[in-house]
Design a protein around this ligand. Structure first.
Ligand code: DC
Length: 223
């Protein structure tokens, strides 16, 4: 295999993109990059510093102060924001409720895309997100676009979140997913859309193992 293979996995919120991307990276010994974690860490910084999302100067200043780093252990995402480990905090509802608005900002997207493209240079990677196959790596070797029934997605995410936060309701999770789908697909700046050459993977009725096998079969065609 060549040493600059990019596998782009895009799709709706809570579709299991990261589960598949991690499993695939592990199997292939590729680097896994969770691009959503970057938007989440920026959101956390903006919330902590009360950055006004209508103030372009403040946004540009804040972006200069943000330094993100990934530390991969066992293919789990560990991300630091200015050297602070924030992997847990970026999954909580305050960030989830605000991340789509932050990810819609042009300045934020330009900066994240630049960093993501740098991470994929001369390496074999699996990156998941919303615009990986369209904007970040339009020439990706393989593109997968994931989708699933929104109710099933909410139930899966609810199970995950409920373990850590028993107060959370299924309704709240469903609303958050529906809201993010809407914002992600309707924003002006690189909206979530399937690249014409992306393979659709609807995993409503598929196990994680079946999804991995589906992806591995596609990888076989590019080797
Ligand atoms: O994959 P996730 O749920 O952790 O992503 C969090 C948010 O970040 C999601 O609502 C949309 C945004 N995002 C994006 O706009 N572009 C990406 N490449 C990845 C995530």
């Amino acid at each position: 295999m060549s040493n600059n293979i990019v596998i782009a996995i895009d799709g709706y919120s809570s579709c299991g993109k990261s589960t598949l991307a991690k499993a695939l990276a592990k199997k292939l010994h590729f680097i896994y990059i969770d691009s959503g974690a970057m938007y989440r860490a920026v959101t956390l910084y903006f919330l902590r510093h009360n950055v006004d999302l209508n103030n372009h100067e403040q946004i540009a200043e804040a972006l200069k102060d943000i330094h993100l780093n990934f530390h991969s252990r066992d293919y789990q995402t560990h991300i630091t924001l200015n050297d602070e480990e924030v992997s847990e905090e970026i999954r909580q509802m305050p960030v989830s409720d605000n991340v789509s608005s932050v990810a819609a900002l042009r300045e934020v997207r330009h900066e994240m895309v630049k960093q993501q493209q740098r991470m994929g240079r001369s390496k074999n990677i699996v990156m998941d997100g919303r615009d990986i196959g369209t904007t970040v790596f339009p020439d990706a070797t393989l593109k997968i676009f994931m989708t699933a029934d929104p109710k099933i997605r909410a139930e899966r995410r609810y199970k995950e979140l409920h373990e850590k936060n028993p107060d959370i309701t299924l309704e709240e999770v469903f609303e958050n997913i529906a809201h993010r789908d809407y914002q992600d697909t309707t924003r002006a700046e690189s909206p979530l859309v399937r690249a014409p050459d992306a393979i659709i993977l609807d995993n409503t009725n598929m196990t994680p193992d079946e999804q991995l096998q589906f992806a591995l079969d596609k990888v076989d065609t590019i080797k």
